[in-house]
Each structure stands twice: as structure tokens, then as C-alpha cells.
Design a protein around this ligand. Structure first.
Ligand code: NI
Length: 184
């Protein structure tokens, strides 16, 4: 399998702090292909052998802004218990319509394919969220996600608003409110 040729922008690029615009429908061929290529890239990055061969960091999500396109689209490839089996999501113009009060965080810290350094600290996320979004044809959908998938959705939605996970960590107090949240 050939690695899709996608270029991921680094956090030093100011585009990553810009707000992406709503997508109009139907979505054009170029953006559809980019979404599928990116999912394939993410799935390959989660395969240890392939990751080693191509020197890739594993990632489960990517927003179009990370590829230099200020459009409100992100994709997620969520590996299931069975290795090399993935749930694939292509989420367009998302809007969080409800969220749990309960907050969670990734104990080992979040990662981002645009942040190529070690980052100390945790990010509070809702344990469950309901998101309204559109598919390629412009059909409105609703999805409820929880736990690590809910964190991935919130991380990617932040990207669409020009926010990186590192922006949410106070370097002077990187584990703020840890005791009020559940670690996953
Ligand atoms: Ni990211």
C-alpha cells in the first residue's frame, strides 16, 4: 500500500491559528479525495511496521487546516479492538449540540500531528458530546461520541477554530483541576 502524499503543517505555521470556514455542498472532488487520502494516511500511521518504514507518528485525527485548507472538515480513523480495523469518520461543519458535565483527560497527554515536541500537561474535555454535522452530499447527521473518541472530536473541532491543544495548557500550571476530572 502506498502512503498518500499529504503535507502536514507544523504549529509554527500561523494558518493553524486561523478560523476555518463552513464548507458548501456538494463537496468537490479534490476535498473528497483529500479526506479519503488523509484517513488512509492515519490508518497507515497506526500500523507499527508501516509507521517505522515511513517514519510516521501515529495519529487518529486530522483537520483540513492542518493540511493548509481553511475548511471545516476533519477526519478520524479510530482503531478498534481488532487490529487494523477502523471506524472512519468524515465530519463536515460540525457543531456540538450537547455535552456531558463530566470532564475527562488523557493521562499521558494529548498529541497532535502538527505539534512535534513533548508537551507537559492535560486538557479538560467533555466525557460525552453530541455533534451535528454534514456528510459530503450535505445531509445533516447527528452523532453521540464518548471517551477517547469524544476527546478526538473536541480536539479536531478546536482545530477548526484555530485552537491547538497546547493553547489550552497553562505552562505554569499544566495539571490544573486534575482532581476534578477523570483520567482515561
Ligand atoms: Ni491535532
Amino acid at each position: 500500500m502506498e502512503l498518500p502524499n499529504i503535507k502536514i503543517l507544523d504549529e509554527k505555521n500561523k494558518i493553524l491559528h486561523k478560523i476555518s470556514s463552513d464548507v458548501t455542498f456538494p463537496v468537490n472532488e479534490e476535498d473528497r479525495k483529500l479526506a479519503y487520502d488523509t484517513i488512509k494516511y492515519l490508518e497507515m500511521s497506526q500500523d507499527e511496521k508501516i509507521a517505522e518504514k515511513y517514519n510516521l507518528r501515529a495519529g487518529m485525527g486530522m483537520a483540513f487546516v492542518q493540511l493548509g485548507k481553511l475548511k471545516r472538515i476533519f477526519v478520524i480513523a479510530n482503531e478498534l479492538e481488532e487490529k487494523n480495523t477502523f471506524e472512519e469518520y468524515i465530519i463536515i461543519n460540525p457543531r456540538i449540540i450537547s455535552c456531558s458535565e463530566e470532564l475527562i483527560y488523557v493521562g499521558e497527554g494529548e498529541g497532535c500531528l502538527s505539534v512535534n515536541r513533548e508537551v507537559e500537561g492535560i486538557v479538560p474535555r467533555h466525557a460525552r458530546i453530541t455533534v451535528e454535522y454534514y456528510d459530503f452530499e450535505g445531509n445533516k447527521k447527528t452523532i453521540r461520541v464518548r471517551e477517547d473518541l469524544a476527546i478526538a472530536f473536541q480536539h479536531e473541532i478546536d482545530h477548526l477554530n484555530g485552537i491547538l491543544f497546547v493553547d489550552k495548557i497553562d505552562p505554569k500550571n499544566p495539571y490544573k483541576n486534575k482532581d476534578k476530572m477523570r483520567e482515561i
